[in-house]
Design a protein. Structure first.
Length: 168
């Protein structure tokens, strides 16, 4: 977690501000703001910020600050006129503060793949369940799958006996 003003300047493809300039101090503040946002979200999610991948934290911090440098305020257009010279700039969108995009949050805090499914019955693999010994489906063990009778232990639904256990 070591993003510097020079890293931001490199990402922008330009020379960085001098160390005694206000712009340099502003970039340092934005870097600190991005790190603070990441730390606050980690705390909210009950994750130790030290456990986050440092390269991902650096990437997100750098990109958030680069976006802020490119669009520093929430103005949609700024026009400056001096004598006969005029300069106009348009900003597509900005919130006027350091912002971390949703896809960057996903990089920082990847979610574990969900194990639940809408339907847990495997219709392709066939009968790959183990019924309880006392299940009525066991009496049809030597007949084709489509004529297996009915299950009283619940293994045809869950893959393992739900209702009948050994000794019950």
């Amino acid at each position: 977690m070591t993003v510097t003003v020079e890293d931001v300047a490199t990402a922008l493809g330009r020379e960085g501000p001098t160390a005694d300039s206000t712009e340099y101090k502003q970039w340092e503040m934005w870097i600190a703001d991005a790190v603070m946002l990441i730390t606050a979200e980690a705390t909210r999610r009950k994750v130790d910020p030290v456990d986050l991948d440092p390269s991902v934290v650096d990437y997100v911090t750098r990109e958030a600050v680069v976006a802020q440098v490119r669009r520093p305020d929430d103005a949609t257009s700024v026009e400056i006129a001096v004598d006969d010279g005029r300069e106009a700039r348009r900003y597509s969108s900005s919130r006027g503060r350091v912002t971390i995009l949703p896809e960057w949050w996903s990089l920082l805090f990847p979610t574990a793949p969900r194990s639940g499914k809408a339907y847990a019955v495997d219709t392709v693999a066939g009968p790959c369940v183990v019924h309880a010994d006392v299940c009525s489906a066991n009496q049809y063990a030597n007949v084709p799958y489509w004529y297996a009778g009915f299950c009283t232990c619940g293994a045809d639904i869950a893959g393992f006996p739900l209702y009948e256990t050994e000794g019950s």
